[in-house]
Design a protein around this ligand. Structure first.
Ligand code: FES
Ligand SMILES: [Fe+2]
Length: 442
């Protein structure tokens, strides 16, 4: 398919109540290539949490689009991020996801770099008969163009000409704070993580991470299991997740932010089942009544294009790595306050296993449905998806009362009964998609 202007693929006409996205966005390989170049390798992308590289010489290896990078804390405690490639012949320097190393030694000819990326040794340099001009170029690992952090989360941009990270995140920062400030001594990942792939486009995860509409249909087995537990038909005393249908009477809403970010939120029915509820007095005293109330709300946040933080039965952080137009790699962590009481941590882990974990009752349903979508989207029908208008009649430009309570100025707000299960929260991502791919038509 020949790429036309990006706006051709997204019909965005709020005055007429129209928002439609063309199916090609999920199946066209040429569009996928442009997404890699202009979204994942052309702007801010989440790489890892600061606490994953907490000690001097800790490193974490990950990918920004197709490019392998190393995040490393040097001896003096300063963080760096460089491309994972040797200056000599280009070999990959680091082959493991994480670890602690004072020196990274290249397997090929033994060039050695320290944890700040500085070239520490060129093997047998003295005997090498190098000309003086050899030192015209530095021999250190190549730093990425931009590397900044917010609230303990680290982001990279491979392109230098971008807004500051704070400006890029904008008001979505408030929801990062609501997740990252739950513990008096900070946050950590529960040891271990799940890493899995699905045969579907990465944007299926972007949307589904904020999709309340699918819960009662895709996740029937979860709902049925909770119903049986609540009816006393299960001997499982450990997992005690909240039910989904009981949320329908509750208040909910969403905010669309600039630059592709969005969040859906809802009140939760059984606060006492939440791990954080057991520590809420300390939380309230530290962050105030309003923020403590929001920390107990269900919030599913998307930081475009590759980070989602979901807080419902437990708190998770997941990353999205596009591998092909129809293949995506996910990494998911259970996140928790440092020093959490054992009883609360146990409940958190059981509820993570229950719903979010790849062996739980929700995520496998989601990945299967993504593959179902990908198969359907690949039939080649020249058509427009019809999901984006659910909740549109209740959409308000700017802030609603809930946004004002948090001091936010979103692009748009929607709130109402949970049963709305809005899908207008997806608008931000596709507007950003248009913005990034505009003006590059071949
Ligand atoms: S490629 Fe790294 S030392 Fe030769
Ligand atoms: Fe789901």
């Amino acid at each position: 398919m020949r790429f036309r202007d990006a706006a051709h693929y997204v019909r965005d006409d709020p005055d007429r109540g129209v928002f439609r996205v063309h199916r090609d966005l999920f199946s066209d390989e040429a569009l996928f290539e442009l997404e890699l170049q202009h979204i994942f390798e052309g702007g801010w992308v989440y790489v890892c949490a600061e606490f994953q590289v907490a000690r001097p010489n800790d490193f974490y290896c990950t990918k920004v689009g197709r490019r392998s990078v190393i995040v490393s804390r040097d001896e003096g405690g300063k963080l760096h991020c460089f491309y994972n490639t040797c200056r000599h012949r280009g070999a990959t320097i680091c082959h493991v996801e994480r670890g602690n190393k004072k020196y990274h030694v290249c397997d090929y000819h033994g060039w050695t770099y320290d944890s700040s990326g500085r070239n520490f040794d060129i093997k047998d340099r003295k005997e090498g008969a190098y000309p003086d001009s050899f030192d015209d170029c530095d021999h250190d690992l190549i730093p990425v163009a931009k590397f900044e952090g917010y609230a303990g989360l680290l982001f990279v941009s491979l392109k230098a000409d971008v807004a500051s990270l704070e400006d890029y995140l904008g008001d979505a920062r408030t929801f990062i704070d609501l997740a990252m400030k739950q513990g008096p001594d900070g946050m950590e990942f529960v040891p271990g993580r799940t890493n899995y792939t699905f045969n579907g486009n990465w944007k299926l995860q972007i949307d589904n991470g904020m999709d309340a509409y699918h819960l009662t249909s895709t996740h029937r087995s979860f709902v049925n299991t909770i119903n049986r537990r609540e009816a006393g038909q299960s001997s499982n005393q450990q997992a005690n997740s909240q039910n989904i249908p009981s949320r329908f009477a509750l208040e909910s809403g969403m905010f669309n932010f600039e630059n592709g970010h969005a969040v859906i939120w809802s009140d939760q029915p059984d606060l006492e089942k939440l791990p954080l509820f057991g520590a809420i007095d300390e939380v309230r005293a530290r962050v105030g009544k309003i923020r403590a109330k929001w920390m107990l709300r269900g919030c599913n946040l998307t930081i475009f294009p590759n980070l989602q933080i979901a807080d419902s039965t437990s708190l998770i952080l997941r990353t999205i790595l596009p591998l092909a137009v129809d293949r995506t790699e996910m990494t998911m962590y259970s996140m928790a306050p440092v020093g959490e009481a054992l009883e609360l941590r146990t409940r958190r882990i059981r509820q993570h296993e229950d719903f979010f974990n790849i062996t739980g009752m929700a995520t496998p349903d989601d990945t299967v449905i993504y593959e179902d979508c990908q198969n359907g989207l690949s039939v080649g029908a020249d058509d427009w998806l019809q999901c984006f208008e659910r909740g549109m009649a209740a959409l308000k430009p700017g802030a609603d009362a809930h946004a004002r309570e948090l001091g936010l100025s979103p692009v748009a707000s929607m709130s109402g009964r949970y049963a709305v299960q809005n899908e207008v929260c997806y608008h931000s991502a596709y507007r950003e998609w248009v913005r990034r791919l505009s003006g590059i038509a071949a």
